[in-house]
Design a protein around this ligand. Structure first.
Ligand SMILES: Cc1cc2nc3c(=O)[nH]c(=O)nc-3n(C[C@H](O)[C@H](O)[C@H](O)COP(=O)(O)OP(=O)(O)OC[C@H]3O[C@@H](n4cnc5c(N)ncnc54)[C@H](O)[C@@H]3O)c2cc1C
Length: 453
């Protein structure tokens, strides 16, 4: 039957693309439905354009240091218009590449918004959400529709940006207020600050980056502050008025602030409304679609992976869930996703990265006497001549009885690259002695991890 598939995937983001291509590799007839752009959050409005902004913004920092290495510039112009335009071109290239990958894999792409008609039936609404409707049917349906940024329901909130909007701007304004203390807020604060925008970051709580080791997050706050970011903790936004590029915001501490732009980075929520889940009988809450270890919903033909299931909302996790799902359904393989020891990074300036338990989590599990914490802070050699910039923090958390390294945390240059490799050691169950027995590679920052006393 022309419109009947073995698998229909809803959403061509990290998880959906991975699942669709893997299923097709087993010979399944696969359709994928995408309402926006193929590539999803990561490629179009997340990890990729964000990391390119980070790279772009770091040049400002390098230039500040250059003189101490004997490199002087007669004129430095930071033009975010060029940066944003070039990033959009790269995103277009990747979007096209992913469309080609689908075609090569034999996956049929339907452009439009998907809505359930029943447990095996999907209505695809044209991209303008109404015209041209088409119904397709599937033996199995995989929901991989991801999440979207939260915009608070306060007066004037439509005047503010969410992270999606940042990649569509023509240029970054001279001053911006960022609301939120999570990774997206810290990353944008650092990017904009390094590109010459004056940044005020308003955080409702008392610390940055819930879920990260407190020492790491406190040092990051101090370092970001030293780079010129103005923090306001224990404060939230009550209302916004004005017009584009000329806003006035009102905060819970009776402050009124003027700014050119306001970014809400206060969290993300799964894309659950408008999917017609009730028509298919799928059980969900406002925070997630509930699935079991095999990604099954309560309806036997319907499955869900990625951010919409709100487990660990990261691209590599969504990809792994997608591939393992198709391996199981079409390849009869039983491997499941390992949610332990998922490394994570914040591409702030300085960068931080972690794998394993934080000091607080380890303390709760093993008690103060059951742990040994090793740490060091130092100025990296790259900053020896400029004599400025962040000092690195490296930290190992070791369970005393078995001497196993249960947490590895770092702040400073290349920390994401270093922690990615350290993750292998933790996954293999490395002990402190294994770290000690490893020969140092000198002169590097990461050698400090194998010489910690
Ligand atoms: C600013 C930002 C930075 C990030 N940085 C990182 C990072 O550095 N590292 C990292 O690992 N993760 C990062 N993430 C998180 C990462 O992007 C997500 O975890 C990942 O993209 C989730 O993949 P997914 O497949 O679940 O959903 P998505 O990638 O969000 O894909 C879902 C797709 O479904 C489509 N869709 C939605 N509804 C429908 C519908 N009804 N019909 C058809 N299509 C639909 C959407 O348009 C979208 O293309 C970042 C996220 C953001 C926002």
């Amino acid at each position: 039957m022309e419109n009947f598939f073995d698998l229909i995937v809803l959403g061509a983001g990290s998880g959906g693309l991975a699942a669709a291509k893997r299923a097709a590799s087993y010979g399944a007839r696969v359709a994928i439905v995408e309402g926006s752009r193929v590539g999803g959050t990561c490629v179009i409005r997340g990890c990729v354009p964000k990391k390119l902004l980070v790279y772009g913004s770091l040049y400002g920092e390098y230039i500040k240091d250059a003189e101490s290495f004997g490199v002087t510039f007669s004129k430095v112009v930071i033009d975010s218009t060029v940066l944003l335009e070039n990033i959009r071109k790269e995103v277009d290239r990747l979007n096209q590449l992913h469309i080609e990958f689908l075609s090569k894999a034999g996956v049929e792409l339907f452009e439009g918004w998907a809505e359930f008609r029943g447990p095996n039936s999907i209505l695809i609404k044209g991209l303008d959400n109404n015209h041209e409707q088409k119904e397709i049917r599937g033996r199995h349906i995989l929901i991989a529709v991801g999440g979207k940024p939260i915009r608070p329901e306060i007066e004037g909130s439509s005047l503010a940006w969410v992270s999606d909007d940042m990649f569509l701007l023509k240029r970054f304004p001279p001053d911006v207020v960022i609301v939120g203390g999570g990774f997206i807020a810290c990353e944008f604060a650092s990017i904009l600050n390094s590109l010459g925008t004056k940044v005020t970051q308003i955080v409702r709580g008392t610390k940055l980056l819930k879920g990260f080791d407190s020492e790491l997050s406190n040092v990051l706050r101090d370092e970001m502050q030293a780079k010129g970011i103005n923090f306001k903790f224990g404060e939230s936004i009550l209302g916004i008025e004005g017009k584009a590029n000329d806003l006035r915001i009102f905060t819970s501490n009776s402050h009124s602030l003027k700014c050119s732009g306001l970014l809400f980075a206060i969290g993300r929520t799964p894309v659950i409304t408008n999917l017609g889940l009730d028509r298919a009988g799928v059980i969900y809450t406002k925070d997630k679609i509930e699935v079991d270890a095999k990604n099954k919903t309560n309806i036997p033909s319907i499955f869900a992976i990625g951010d919409v299931t709100n487990r660990i909302n990261l691209t590599p996790v969504a990809i792994d869930e997608g591939r393992k799902f198709s391996d199981w359904l079409f390849g009869d393989k039983q491997d499941s996703v390992n949610y332990n020891l998922v490394p994570k990074a914040v591409f702030s300036q300085p960068e931080i990265a972690s794998v394993g338990l934080t000091e607080e989590e380890a303390m709760e599990k093993f008690g103060k006497d059951g742990l040994k914490i090793f740490r060091t802070r130092f100025r990296p050699m790259s900053q020896a001549l400029p004599k400025r910039g962040s000092r690195c923090l490296l930290k190992l958390i070791v369970e005393k009885k078995g001497q196993k390294v249960i947490g590895c945390h770092m702040l400073g240059e290349h920390s994401s690259e270093i922690i990615q490799m350290a993750s292998i050691a933790l996954v293999k169950g490395a002990t402190k002695l294994d770290f000690d027995k490893t020969m140092a590679l000198h002169p590097t920052i990461s050698e400090e991890f194998v010489t910690l006393k």
